[in-house]
Design a protein around this ligand. Structure first.
Ligand SMILES: Nc1nc2c(ncn2[C@@H]2O[C@H](COP(=O)(O)OP(=O)(O)OP(=O)(O)O)[C@@H](O)[C@H]2O)c(=O)[nH]1
Ligand SMILES: [Mg+2]
Length: 469
């Protein structure tokens, strides 16, 4: 089984491919360049696109998805251009694939299979490989019948009359069982890795403020991540450059920092097996305190891409935290020609629709100061109630607490080190960090704050308000 799948992956690379798209009335693709995204996906997979075919239909034609005349046209194109694969933009059923393969004498793939192939080629860690193989087997299993009955005919096996079981049928049974047992093994392996990973994510969250960078594939997430942190994330002008999550610290100045995570990009109609498999990869985003949505504002399809991203976020359960929209690649908008600009939403239009968004350029660094300001304000803005005990001798600290926090109550007392005042006060992590940075000796909720480096996060490995989130 495994070899079959691996072979099919490698076959795409360097193969001459024809792209086929059917524009249905419900189609979500780009009307100006309907096959643009599929072309990028095919090229990412390493295919050489030699031809393209489009058809407008109200609804797909059952057996072959495209109309009879188009199938003939496609078969002729395959022959003439020497194509080795045909890639459909639409999702095909196993029997449609079979009919199309017979009619064109060519291997036929759909968009989901192509995406799975790209993921398979990019998966470098054990976790990613397991996720991809599981998704592939789950996607392939229902197609086995078609594959084998097809093979039975091609190889001239026993006639497949009603009630007879040709060699294909028997092989099918064996393969089904192989697939199921392989899936069992893979799922167990993956669970072990995931359990460890969940623990790691929880630990990371423990005392830190975390931010998940998400967005459509190729939006510029890794570029932004590298710009804000020590970097090291792979950046490329291709789809799905990033498959695994990376976490680095983003220093906001004044000893403050947050943990940023960069992760796999989203795409419309992502095969749902893949979404499920990659849920763990997205765990950092799901559990982050804040989500940055990076959008390529220089892409005509940005509004639809934003919608996809929001849908996927809802889907994976990242619903409760604040989301900040970042309109990226603003430098590129300026460089576009008049024609291209006409079909773009302008920044003014974006601002009117998404007033809280920030325009940035991850390559030039434009807007990143504003982003850091937003982050600082937001991080410091989470006002929580704490008790702060300060020595009455420390008038500067008491003054700072009075000025910088919302004091709800004051209680006076004395212990072995002298007289103190215990404040019940509302304050954010940022103010707390500032108080600690003064170097004064005081306690926060009963724990000493003095000498704690990195402020709040280090002082309180597991603050009560984060523990249950
Ligand atoms: N002009 C311009 N190009 C950008 C900007 N940000 C990113 N890019 C380019 O966009 C391409 C994709 O960038 P990445 O950072 O790899 O995008 P990504 O969102 O991480 O993509 P995936 O990991 O594939 O999902 C690269 O060629 C970047 O150089 C920007 O602000 N301006
Ligand atoms: Mg990336």
């Amino acid at each position: 089984m495994q070899t079959n799948i691996r072979e099919s992956i490698e076959n795409i690379s360097a193969e001459a491919a024809i792209l086929v798209g059917v524009r249905l009335s419900t189609s979500k693709s780009d009307w100006l360049d309907p096959l643009g995204e599929l072309r990028a996906l095919a090229e990412t997979a390493g295919a050489r696109v030699v031809g393209e075919l489009l058809q407008n239909l109200n609804q797909p034609r059952g057996a072959t998805y495209i109309g009879k005349g188009k199938v003939e046209e496609l078969a002729a194109m395959v022959k003439e251009l020497g194509a080795r694969i045909v890639i459909f933009d639409n999702e095909l059923s196993p029997s449609q694939i079979q009919s199309l393969e017979e009619a064109t004498s060519c291997k036929v793939l759909d968009r989901s299979e192509l995406i799975l192939d790209i993921f398979a080629n990019r998966a470098t860690t054990r976790e990613a490989q397991l996720q991809v193989e599981i998704a592939q087997l789950e996607y392939t299993a229902p197609r086995l019948r078609a594959m084998w009955s097809h093979l039975g005919q091609v190889t001239g096996g026993a006639p497949m009359g009603v009630g007879t079981r040709g060699p294909g049928e028997q092989q099918l049974e064996i393969d089904r069982r192989l697939v199921q047992s392989r899936l069992g093994v893979l799922r167990r392996d993956l669970e072990t890795i995931l359990a460890r990973k969940e623990r790691e994510v929880r630990e990371r969250r423990g005392g830190h403020f975390t931010v998940g960078i998400v967005g459509y594939t190729n939006a510029g997430k890794s570029t932004l991540f590298n710009k804000l942190t020590e970097g090291g994330a792979y950046v490329a002008d291709k789809l799905f450059a990033t498959l695994m999550t990376r976490v680095e610290s983003w220093s906001l100045g004044g000893g403050e920092s947050v943990l940023l995570s960069d992760t796999v990009g989203f795409i419309r109609d992502l095969p749902h097996h893949l979404v499920a498999s990659f849920r763990s990869t997205l765990a950092d985003a799901v559990h982050a305190h804040v989500i940055f949505i990076v959008l390529d504002a220089s892409d005509r399809l940005a509004p639809a891409q934003l919608q996809t991203v929001r849908e996927v976020l809802d889907d994976i359960g990242a619903k409760s935290q604040p989301r900040l929209l970042l309109l990226n690649k603003v430098d590129r908008i300026g460089a576009l020609g008049y024609e291209a600009k006409q079909s773009l939403r302008t920044l003014e239009e974006w601002k009117a629709i998404e007033p809280d968004s920030i325009a940035i350029s991850s390559t030039l660094g434009t807007g990143l100061e504003e982003l850091a300001d937003w982050m600082r304000a937001h991080k410091g803005g989470e006002q929580l109630e704490h008790s702060l005990r300060a020595s009455l001798r420390d008038s500067r600290l008491i003054d700072a607490i009075e000025r910088r926090t919302v004091v709800l109550a004051r209680e006076y007392g004395a212990d072995e080190s002298g007289d103190f005042v215990e404040f019940t006060a509302k304050l954010g992590a940022r103010v707390l960090d500032e108080l600690i940075a003064t170097g004064a000796s005081f306690t926060i909720d009963g724990q000493p704050a003095r000498g704690v480096k990195g402020g709040w996060s280090a002082a309180r490995r597991s603050p009560p308000h984060l523990r249950d989130m």
